[in-house]
Design a protein around this ligand. Structure first.
Ligand code: DWN
Length: 428
C-alpha cells in the first residue's frame, strides 16, 4: 500500500494509517476504542446471517498538532460504498434541508443560469435538483452506482466515481469551471482530503464558492454522540483543523454557521484566499477554545461519558425487559448500529427495528442481527418502549407518533443520558 492513502484496490479491505490525514503528523492520541465493528450500513439478507461478516477496528484518535479527531483504520471505499443504502431523497427533513441550502447559495453568491454547480457525493441528486429547478447547470459526482442511477433517472447528470483532482480536471475540460462546489455529508467520509482539495482548486472558478457541511465535533463531545462514529465517518471536524487544511490551498473560510442536521453540523463557506479569518470563524474558534478542544483531558472525559452511556442504557433496557416489557428500535440508522454493537444490544433486548426505508426492511442489522421491519409492523404490534435510534429526527418522530404515546407507548432517548421520554410534545 503506497503511503497512507488507500489506493482504489479491490483486494485490500482496510489499512491502518500512522499519520494525520490533514497535517501528516504522527502525534495521534487514541482516546476511545469502540471495538471491532461491522460496517454500519451493511444490512444483511437472511441468507447472509450464517456467512462471514467483516469486522474492522473502530478507534478514535486526536492529532496533537492540528487537532483533527479522526479514525485511522480506513475501510476500502470500494467495499464501503457499493450498494449503499442511504438515499437522501427518502428523508423529508433532508429534502427540506437541501431546499434551504440551495436557496442560500443561489441568493448569497449570485448564482445564475450561466453557472455550473458541482456536488461531490451527490447521492440521488436531491440537492442538485433544487439548483436545476432554477435553470442552473448542475453535475453530480457519486461513487455508489446504485445511487447515481437514481439521480440520472431524475435527469440529474451524474458521474459515477470518487471525486479527486483527475476527475475535477476532466470536468473542467468538458464543462468549464464551477461557480459553486458543494460537499455535504461527504467531506467527513473521505480519507484523501488533500485529493479533494486539489480537485476543488482545479475546478472552482476564481470567484467561486466551496460549501462544505460536516457534523460538528463540539456537538458530538457535548451530546456524547459516539454512535455517529462509524467507518464511513473518517473525520470529526472542529474549525481549527479545517482552517489549517484550507490555508494549504490558499483558501479561507468566509462564513460558517451551525445547522441542526445529524446531531449538529457546520455549514462552511470557503473562497480563494482573502487571508482574513471571518468574524464567524472567530466565534467558533473561541467556542472551541472555551471547551478545551485542544486538550487530551477533553477526550478522556468524552471516553468516560461514552462508557457511562453504555452502562446506563444497558441497565435501563435490562430493567424493562426484567419487567416483561416489549422493546423495539425506531429507525435502522447507521449510527444505531454503532450503538447496538458497542453496547451488545441484540434481539434478546430489541424484538425488531422499524424503518421507513424499503431497502432495509426484511434485512438484519450488521453484527447484532436484529430484524428490520416496516413502520406498519410497529403500528400493528406496538411495543411498550421504542429505542430512538434515529434520535436526530426526534421532534418529527415524537410528533408523528403521538397516538402511539397517547396509548401508553414510550420512546427511549439513548444520549446524552439514556432516559424514557415521558412528556408528549405538541404538534407543529
Ligand atoms: O453520513 C451519513 C448520514 C448523513 O446519514 C450517512 N453515512 C448515513 C446516514 O446515517 P444514518 O443512517 O444514521 O442516517 P439517518 O438519515 O439518520 O437515518 C434515518 C433512518 O431512520 C432511515 O433509515 C429512515 C429511518 N426513519 C424512520 O424509520 N422513521 C426516519 C424517520 C424520520 C422516521 O420517521
Amino acid at each position: 500500500m503506497s503511503g497512507n492513502v488507500l489506493e482504489n484496490n479491490r483486494d485490500v479491505n482496510y489499512i491502518h494509517r500512522e499519520t494525520c490525514r490533514i497535517c501528516g503528523s504522527k502525534q495521534l492520541y487514541k482516546f476511545l476504542e469502540l471495538g471491532p465493528t461491522p460496517l454500519a450500513n451493511s444490512f444483511l439478507r437472511e441468507d447472509q446471517l450464517k456467512g462471514k461478516e467483516d469486522y474492522y477496528p473502530l478507534d478514535m484518535y486526536f492529532c496533537r498538532k492540528c487537532h483533527l479527531v479522526q479514525l485511522s483504520d480506513i475501510v476500502n471505499p470500494e467495499v464501503m460504498f457499493k450498494d449503499y443504502p442511504y438515499i437522501t431523497g427518502t428523508s423529508k427533513p433532508m429534502q427540506k434541508h437541501f431546499f434551504g441550502l440551495a436557496k442560500e447559495v443561489i441568493h448569497e453568491f449570485n448564482i445564475d443560469k450561466n453557472d455550473l454547480i458541482v456536488d461531490i457525493g451527490s447521492n440521488d441528486g436531491t440537492l442538485l435538483q433544487n439548483f436545476s429547478n432554477h435553470g442552473i447547470s448542475t453535475l453530480g459526482v457519486e461513487p455508489a452506482s446504485n445511487i447515481s442511477k437514481l439521480a440520472e433517472q431524475k435527469g440529474i447528470s451524474t458521474i459515477n466515481r470518487f471525486f479527486n483532482e483527475e476527475c475535477a480536471k476532466e470536468i473542467r475540460n468538458e464543462f468549464g469551471p464551477a461557480k459553486a462546489i458543494t460537499a455535504t455529508n461527504v467531506f467527513a467520509h473521505a480519507d484523501d482530503l488533500n485529493g479533494i482539495l486539489h480537485g476543488v482548486d482545479a475546478l472552482l472558478s476564481d470567484d467561486g464558492i466551496f460549501v462544505v457541511e460536516v457534523p460538528y465535533l463540539l456537538n458530538l463531545l457535548i451530546n456524547v454522540e459516539f454512535d455517529t462514529v462509524y467507518h464511513e465517518h473518517l473525520s470529526y471536524f472542529s474549525l481549527h483543523p479545517l482552517i489549517w487544511l484550507f490555508h494549504n490551498y490558499r483558501m479561507d473560510i468566509v462564513n460558517v454557521k451551525q445547522i441542526p442536521v445529524h446531531g449538529g453540523s457546520l455549514r462552511i463557506f470557503i473562497k480563494r484566499a482573502k487571508s482574513i479569518i471571518s468574524s464567524s470563524s472567530n466565534i467558533f474558534l473561541q467556542q472551541e477554545k472555551n471547551y478545551n478542544i485542544d486538550s487530551l483531558a477533553t477526550y478522556d472525559n468524552f471516553s468516560k461519558n461514552v462508557k457511562s452511556v453504555k452502562y446506563e442504557l444497558v441497565e435501563l433496557l435490562r430493567k424493562l425487559k426484567g419487567k416483561g416489557k416489549i422493546i423495539s428500535g425506531y429507525g435502522a440508522t447507521a449510527k444505531g448500529n454503532t450503538l447496538l454493537n458497542y453496547c451488545k444490544i441484540g434481539p434478546g433486548i430489541l424484538d425488531y427495528i422499524s424503518d421507513t426505508t424499503p431497502f432495509k426492511q426484511g434485512r438484519y442489522t450488521p453484527g447484532m442481527h436484529i430484524p428490520v421491519v416496516s413502520e406498519n409492523e410497529f403500528h400493528a404490534n406496538p411495543p411498550d418502549y421504542a429505542l430512538l435510534l434515529a434520535w436526530n429526527y426526534a421532534k418529527d418522530i415524537l410528533i408523528k407518533e403521538r397516538e402511539y404515546q397517547s396509548k401508553g407507548g414510550r420512546f427511549i432517548m439513548p444520549i446524552p443520558e439514556p432516559h424514557i421520554i415521558w412528556e408528549l410534545i405538541s404538534g407543529e
